[in-house]
Structures are given as C-alpha cells and as structure tokens.
Design a protein around this ligand. Structure first.
Ligand SMILES: [Fe+2]
Length: 193
C-alpha cells in the first residue's frame, strides 16, 4: 500500500526529528528514509495519477502532509516533459528533493559576485547531474539550483523543514545577471494516495 509506505516515512521522520536537533544531521539522516519511500513500487504507481503541477512564476506543489509538532512538510511535484524550473534558492529552508519517477537533470550554481548591488547577481554552474528514480538531493539553505525534466514526465517527493510559499526566496537570471525575490511554490492540498 502506497499509503502505508507514506505513513512509515512520516513515523520515521518524526522519530528522527525528536531525537536529532542538529539541522545538518537531521536532514542527512532523513535521506535514507526518503530513499526507502521512493523505492516503493506502489508509490511510483500511485504517482502516475497525481495531478499535473503548473510551472509559472510560482510553481505548484502538491501538499501531502504538514507535521503538527516539527513543522516539516511533504510535497509532490510533477513535471511535464521539457519543464525546467527557474534558477532559485529556498532561503533558510532545508530541503530533500527525491526523484520518484523519470529522470531529472539537477543543476547547481554558486554565487560569484560580492552581493553588494541590489537586484544583481552573478552565478556560475558548478554541477549538472542526471538524477533517476530513488536519488535524493539535499538542498541546504540558500543553495542555488534548478531542475529539469527531459523527454518524459517526472515526479519528485520533496521534504521541507517548513511549508514553502509564505516567505521570499531568491531567483536568478544568469544571462542578465539579475536577482530578485519571490514567494515559493503555491501549496495545493492533496491527499497522498
Ligand atoms: Fe528548489
């Protein structure tokens, strides 16, 4: 049962959050639990029926769960073929990005200017990797990145330290060296099934 696997993940995450307070150790420790969820064939099967997320100035995320005690949330994100996110960061929010179905390309960037000019940023690419089903990318606070699907639809399960959408995150246009902030993904409540 996909739902049973999801419940197991939530219980594991809650147990980990209760015993581990250090953010880096917490989020590194959660990765194998997310991998386990991503490896469940019934979860993959279920995701084929998840609704398509719009990708506009603010993308949509399916909101599966928000923890009442620790505040972490679990999101789903579908990408139609040839969808590429803006280059962005997640501000202070720790994130685990797990690929459930399809293969994505994950680009990472670093900021190379001194941040002294408003609305200006120079970034350069530092890595580009193909992430297939089961792969988990740990996105630490302020890390700059983008993800893209390819020929096929992709689905990701994302775990965030707190619900996105209510605070500003950075966005980057490397061609025009532009930096601005915008609110993160729109949260679309959806029952995990
Ligand atoms: Fe992101």
């Amino acid at each position: 049962m996909a739902v049973a696997a999801f419940d197991r993940f939530i219980q594991s995450a809650r147990a980990l959050f209760a015993r581990e307070k250090d953010p880096a150790r917490r989020w590194e420790g959660l990765a194998p639990h997310l991998s386990e969820l991503l490896a469940d064939p019934e979860v993959v099967e279920a995701s084929k029926r998840w609704p398509e997320c719009a990708h506009k100035e603010r993308a949509e995320n399916l909101l599966f769960y928000e923890d009442p005690d620790f505040g972490f949330v679990v999101n789903g994100l579908t990408k139609a073929p040839h969808t590429r996110t803006q280059i962005h960061d997640h501000a202070h929010n720790w994130t685990l990005y797990g690929v459930l179905d399809g293969t994505e390309t994950i680009m990472r960037y670093e900021r190379v200017d001194d941040k002294s000019k408003p609305e200006y940023a120079e970034i350069r690419g530092v890595s580009k990797l193909r992430a297939g089903p089961g792969e988990v990318d740990l996105v630490r606070p302020w890390e700059i990145h983008a993800e893209a699907s390819g020929e096929e639809r992709t689905v990701a399960i994302i775990v965030r330290a707190e619900k996105a959408g209510g605070f500003l995150q950075g966005r980057y246009d490397p061609v025009n060296k532009r930096y601005w902030q915008g609110y993160g993904p729109i949260q679309v409540p959806y029952e995990f099934k």
